[in-house]
Design a protein around this ligand. Structure first.
Ligand code: BES
Ligand code: MN
Ligand code: MN
Length: 464
């Protein structure tokens, strides 16, 4: 069953790159309302692709960007039912001047691993969602049907926190019944070592606004006598961490799960080079941050964080202007781990801010998005099928890894739909996700398609 599909993938390789490029050219930036029409165009492009593969497709509206929902029946009633999830939205291309070529002009260049595609969305997630789409296409072309029942959910708001996804899952419970959710939106261990991600951190994204006087004031006439909201805000923010890198919000660590001894030993054996990790982004080898008594892997995978992403307020133009601002705000996010509850963390944050706000200032917290962390059982038929499929393609065992980033869908698929997610990702650490010159190696693209075809074969029971 599998061999002719793999051959088909080979023959169709350049055409697949062409289709991927067509999707990459659509600037589907979800964060910026100016791109809303392009976001919709990407949804329509994908809906048309699925329609061409014989899926029944609809574009469902949400209060934000639309969701593409497709369904393809299986060969028989007992066939496994997969929910394929991907996100067709991308991060803003800024700063545009740091790109070597246009951020939405797919460009193939040579690198140490052969050809690579450079474009916003190359790896996150357009290139990776095309992996399973192309595997389904090849299977259908060879066998005339699919070996599994497939439901597809393509989201246009992942990069802004999947704000309407939970509601979409709740509203479409019946249509989304399946056995397992399959996602390619994570990374490998290295270019030759595949990986299955079994834990991802959650994310709570807040904005803290601090207000003082009723207008911007002359900092000489009033300075020293009037509370300054920028001073007040940064004082609160400065109190967030202690000297050992721990967050000082009361109760913040209450529900944090500690990894077991065996798990810690496995992480240890991955032998990550902290010095190289730091130096790859221009930090001295001994100048890492965070909880000083935790290993790098723990700090990235199993420990929660708090980070200021941006501060707005006062005079930020050219030169100097003496001013006491009336208002200042900060974008503050928290990476969460199992079993932290985002609601509980927000309550703790509000109490912490009330306690630390200097008198005369008033601070307010708004929540942009929140999603809990997820931990996926490492023993399941789905995971085993993926391990076997990856071993067949790469000739070596897949690593089981954690991920410091977040993909909200999995926790909600577990809560709302009642099944688990399989994260089989093909990105590399140096793919510059969210940064200028984002890229995806063509060798990862090729093997990713093959792995998805092999997974189909395993799940269909078509391969020993
Ligand atoms: N694909 C990433 C998640 C990811 C990051 C996987 C790093 C592997 C390595 C995803 O698109 C992403 O960027 N998620 C956001 C989620 C947020 C907006 C809720 C993130 O992690 O910041
Ligand atoms: Mn992604
Ligand atoms: Mn992303």
């Amino acid at each position: 069953m599998l061999d002719p599909v793999l051959q088909r993938i080979d023959q169709d390789f350049e055409a697949a790159i062409g289709r991927w490029s067509d999707l990459l050219r659509i600037p589907s930036v979800s964060a910026d309302p100016a791109y809303a029409q392009s976001v919709r165009e990407a949804a329509e492009w994908l809906a048309a692709e699925l329609d061409g593969l014989g899926f029944q497709v609809e574009i469902q509206e949400t209060p934000g960007h639309p969701v593409v929902l497709g369904h393809h029946p299986g060969p028989h009633a007992d066939a496994p039912h997969l929910l394929y999830y991907g996100h067709y939205d991308v991060q803003p291309p800024d700063p545009v001047e740091l790109w070597d070529t246009g951020p939405f002009e797919p460009t193939i260049v040579d690198g140490p691993h052969g050809r690579r595609m450079v474009c916003r969305g190359a790896v996150d997630d357009k290139g990776q969602l095309m992996l399973w789409l192309e595997a389904l296409r090849a299977w259908k072309a060879v066998h005339g049907t699919l070996p599994v029942a497939a439901t597809v959910v393509l989201e246009g708001e992942e990069e802004v926190g999947s704000v309407n996804l939970r509601g979409f899952l709740e509203d479409n419970r019946d249509a989304l019944a399946a056995d397992v959710c399959v996602v390619s939106d994570t990374t490998m261990l290295d270019v030759d070592t595949p990986a299955i991600t079994y834990m991802l951190r959650g994310l709570l994204y807040t904005e803290i606004t601090c207000r003082g006087p009723n207008m911007d004031l002359h900092s000489g006439f009033y300075g020293g006598a009037i509370p300054n909201p920028l001073n007040g805000l940064t004082r609160v923010l400065g109190a967030l961490h202690d000297d050992r890198g721990r967050i000082r919000i009361p109760g913040f660590y209450d529900d944090v799960l500690e990894p077991g001894a065996e798990e810690l030993a496995t992480w240890q054996s991955l032998d990550v080079d902290e010095a190289a990790f730091l130096e790859s982004v221009g930090i001295d080898r001994d100048a890492g941050a965070g909880e000083i008594d935790r290993s790098l892997i723990e700090r990235l995978w199993s420990r929660p964080t708090g980070d200021i992403n941006g501060i707005i307020g006062g005079y930020t133009g050219a030169g100097a202007k003496t001013v006491l601002p009336a208002e200042a705000s900060a974008k503050v996010s928290f990476r969460l781990v199992p079993d932290q509850d985002p609601q509980h963390i927000v309550a703790g944050l509000r109490a912490f801010i009330d306690e630390h706000t200097p008198s005369g200032c008033r601070c307010e917290v708004t929540v942009h998005s929140s999603a809990p962390a997820i931990r996926i059982p490492t023993e399941s038929p789905w995971l085993n099928a993926a391990r076997n499929a990856l071993k067949g393609v790469y000739g070596r065992d897949a690593a089981l890894i954690g991920c410091g980033g977040s993909i909200p869908v999995a926790a909600w698929v577990r809560d709302v739909l009642g099944y688990d997610t399989l994260f089989m990702g093909f990105g590399l650490e140096d793919d510059r996700m969210h940064s200028p010159n984002e890229k995806f190696e063509l060798v990862c693209f090729e093997r990713g398609m093959r792995a998805h075809a092999a997974l189909l074969a395993r799940l269909a029971g078509g391969e020993p």
